[in-house]
Design a protein around this ligand. Structure first.
Ligand code: FDA
Length: 497
């Protein structure tokens, strides 16, 4: 409550925050977690906690009055619609040149993501986090993260016949016919639960269009892994619907953390000050960067160094669809959980996941989210006139990513005699070049912080989320965010407590 004093406060309940809370609590330290989103534990009048991808309602979006679906059109017709303003689970945060999708609520991005849990190829690790010892990561911290997250693999025999993965089998066929390496991708979804969904013996979730606006069952979000373990220690408390606005040094030592309590319409209903000995910034790449840039510019934390706000990237995300022939139907029932990808990283700088399009009708479309090796990086800066943080990313910068993704899909199209879909992202638009699901960087490790996430200039302040990673992980990022947090918190527990 207002005026309280705590040893450790963690801002945000995504991957970085959850790892910090669990490991600190296991070391005997009481931890307060502050989360601006809701705790998603109560079903609505329809019996569901979350809506389906095809029928977003107030629960879908963070304080928007209109949906902003990544696949925005269908046969050229816009599908976005008005929704009541509510503290929904997916934030489509709009900067001038890019929309950044992020999870909001206890569990952060783990509530809305596809659960694809990919450890990067070891030979690529040096380009991802050059100041980190790869041997330590691959021997200790990646295995620790994978185990704690509950990462598992699809049963390859079941895959061959499951109707819900016809789209992935079509994706494999087309990749292999063009000579590309196609691989299964691990996931934190409970694969046995999905088998039961396909068999019709449990309530469907992945097979009922749930993913981007949350998942009612089967998904092992952080709520079921790190956060439940953290709460079980009895030393962790989570306060939802509280948004941290300021962190500044307290006169007697430690830091004053100022926060706003909001209601589900987003109105501020109270402001509170808490004093904390240590503060962990785990508000996500964008959340942490925005806070730090504002606090440096407005005089709360003036000693933060000039690397704060820099090194931000989109993980090279770009989406496209292909129009298949009638004999390559992708199926009316599609699991929302992707299970496979096409690896053309070495030759063309692109890793593409074969993505679902769970509309419930046959679309003959193959959808792909590519992660590409773009070198474009943007910077956050304080806009005093508008009282907000801006991001310098430009939409045109996605051209690099499109070029790399085309090394896969131009070849497949030419081999199959097919074309790009032009009706999914607008009217006559082949590429979704306006978004990222994978924001990374803004408080880069060993630059804005030391090599363990300690913020320069302020003992007791740490960054422990995706903001540490300089813009690209070559694959989907949350396993790397989790493993890096495991590495850093182990050092912090040993050296700083
Ligand atoms: P994360 O964003 O998880 O958590 C930050 C938390 O802090 C949020 O809960 C936020 O509400 C809170 N917060 C922010 N500002 C605050 C403030 N001022 N005060 C209080 N709280 C605040 N990755 C992957 O590896 N595999 C995948 O399949 C996918 N798929 C995918 C799909 C979609 C639709 C999205 C949006 C994202 C993915 N991702 C993904 C990305 C992945 O989810 C993402 O990289 C991680 O969640 C980032 O973890 P962090 O710990 O950095 O922050």
């Amino acid at each position: 409550g207002d005026g309280a004093s705590v040893p450790v406060l963690v801002i945000g309940t995504g991957y970085g925050g959850a790892v910090a809370a669990l490991r600190l609590a296991q070391a005997g330290v009481p931890v307060e977690m502050v989360e601006m989103g809701m705790s998603w534990d109560t079903p609505g009048s329809d019996g569901r906690i979350f809506p389906k991808v095809t029928s977003p309602d107030h629960r879908a979006y963070w304080l928007r009055t209109r949906t902003k679906a990544p696949v925005s059109n269908f046969f050229g017709f816009p599908i976005d619609k008005d929704v009541p303003r509510f503290t929904g689970v997916l934030d489509a945060e709009e900067f001038a040149g890019i929309t950044v999708y992020q999870g909001r609520g206890v569990g952060g991005g783990s509530l809305v993501n596809g659960g694809m849990a990919v450890t990067p190829k070891r030979e690529r690790f040096g380009s991802i986090l050059p100041s980190v010892d790869a041997a330590e990561m691959y021997d200790t911290y990646y295995p620790r993260a994978n185990a704690a997250l509950g990462v598992g693999s699809i049963d390859p025999v079941w895959f061959e016949t499951a109707p819900c993965y016809q789209y992935a089998r079509v994706g494999r066929k087309h990749a292999q016919r063009s000579g590309f390496a196609w691989t299964f991708v691990p996931d934190i979804y409970d694969w046995d639960y999905m088998k039961a969904e396909q068999a019709g013996t449990v309530t469907r979730s992945a097979l009922d269009g749930q993913v981007m606006y949350g998942n009612d069952a089967g998904k092992k979000s952080l709520v079921r892994t790190y956060l439940s373990q953290a709460l079980a220690t009895g030393r962790v408390n989570i306060t939802p619907l509280h948004r941290v606005t300021t962190v500044s040094p307290a006169p007697g030592g430690g830091y004053v953390v100022r926060m706003e309590q909001i209601n589900t319409a987003g109105d501020v209903v109270a402001t509170k000050n808490v004093t904390a000995g240590k503060v962990f910034f785990a508000a996500g790449s964008v959340g942490t960067s925005k806070l730090l840039v504002k606090l440096k510019a407005t005089g709360s934390l003036p000693l933060l160094n000039s690397e704060v706000g820099k090194g931000w990237g989109d993980n090279g995300n770009v989406m496209c669809g292909r129009a298949n022939h009638m004999w390559d139907a992708t199926g009316t029932l599609q699991s929302t959980i992707p299970c496979s990808g096409i690896d053309n990283w070495a030759a063309g700088g692109a890793f593409a996941e074969v993505a679902p399009l769970p509309t419930g009708i046959e679309t003959y479309a193959s959808l792909y989210l590519s992660i590409t090796n773009t070198s474009k990086r943007a910077e956050f800066s304080w806009n005093a006139a508008a009282n907000r943080v801006d991001l310098s990313w430009q939409t045109a910068w996605k051209q690099d990513s499109i070029t790399m993704a085309k090394t896969i899909f131009d070849k497949i199209n030419s081999k199959e005699g097919t074309i790009y879909r032009t009706d999914l992202f607008g009217v006559y638009k082949q590429w979704q070049d306006g978004l990222t699901y994978h924001p990374l960087g803004g408080a880069v490790l060993n630059k804005a912080t030391d090599n363990y996430g300690r913020l320069q200039g302020y003992p007791g302040l740490y960054v422990i989320d995706g903001a540490l990673i300089p813009g690209n992980t070559t694959v989907n990022p949350f396993v790397t965010i989790t493993a890096l947090a495991e590495r850093n918190i182990e050092r912090i527990v040993a050296a700083d407590l």
